[in-house]
Ligand binder design. Sequence first.
Ligand code: AHM
Ligand code: MG
Length: 333
Amino acid sequence: MSRVTLSRYLIEQTRDHNTPADLRFLVEVVARACKAISHAVSKGALGGVLGNAGTDNVQGEAQKKLDVISNEILLEANEWGGHLAAMASEEMEEAYQIPGHYPKGAYLLLFDPLDGSSNIDVNVSVGTIFSVLRCPEGTTTPNEQSFLQPGTEQVAAGYAIYGPQTMLVLTMGNGVKGFTLDREMGSFVLTHDNMQVPEQTKEFAINMSNQRHWEIPVARYVSELLAGTTGSLGKDYNMRWIASMVADVHRILTRGGIFMYPRDAREPEKAGKLRLMYEANPMSFIIEQAGGAATNGRQRILDIQPESLHQRVAVFLGSKEEVDRITGYHHNA
Ligand code: AHM
Ligand code: MG
C-alpha cells in the first residue's frame, strides 16, 4: 500500500468525517511547527539551544531556552493563517490575541510548547502537547473565559514526541493515529494506524520521591503495586518514570500502563503539578480515544469545568482496570 502522509490522512478525514477544511489546515500548521521544534531540539549544544533562558514563566518555573524558542515557533506558525481566534500557552500568562492585521478564525489553540523540558539538557525525550477548542460563537476578542471549556469540547488533540524518532500522535475524535517523521522527505507518515491502550497492565509510572507527601488512597494503591505477588493484586509490577509526560504517555499508548501525578501535601493549595488545559485534557482525550481511562482520582478529567487557564489537576491515566482501581480507592477513602 502507498504511504499515507498526514496531509493525505487529513484530506480523507474531510471526505469521510466532514472535518472542516480550516481544522485540517490548523493540524497541518501545528505539525509543521513541531517539525521546526524537532529540528531545534535535535541540534542541542551545536545549535546553542541548551540551558536556561534566564526568565521565569507564569508558574514561577525557570524557562529553558528551548521552552521560549518552541513557544515562538508555535505562535509564529499559527498567527497568520486565519484559522485561529486566539492561542494560550503554558509559557504565557495571558491568552495570545491574533494580531489585528491578520484574519481571525473559528478555533482556539492551547499548547505546552515543550513538555518535560527538565530533560532537554540530558538528551532525554521531550515533546509538544496541543489541544483545539471552538471559539464560542459571537466572540470576536476571546478572553480567558472563552477558553474555559471542559475537555469533552476538544475537537482535536495531540502531541509530538522528540525521541529517537519524532512522532505526531493525533486524535480528532475517531481513534488515535501515530505518524512518524520521515526526515528525508520532511513529512509525517502514518505508521501507527489504531493506537490502543491494553486494558490491563503490569507497569506503573509515578515520581516515588514524593511518596511521603501523597494522600492515603495513592499511598495504599502504590504499596499494593510494590507488594506484587505477595500482596492483594497478586502480580508483580514494573516501574518507569521518565519525567516527560509525553514520553510516559507514549509508552502507555504503545504497551499499556498507568501514569500518576497525584496532588500532594508539598503545596496543598495546588490540585496537582500538571496543567488541566495544556497537559491533562489533551492527553486524556487521546487516552480515552485509545480505549483507556483518565481521572483526577475522583472524576473523569474531561468532565472537569475549568476555572482558570493555568489550573492544575491530579492525573491518573492509562489502562482502564488500574485507573478504575485507584479512582475507586479515592471514592472509598
Ligand atoms: P513541564 O511542562 O514544565 O515540563 O512539567 C511537566 C512535567 C511532565 O512532563 C512530567 O510528567 C512531570 O513534569 C515531571 O515532574 P517531576 O520532575 O516532579 O518528576
Ligand atoms: Mg508540561
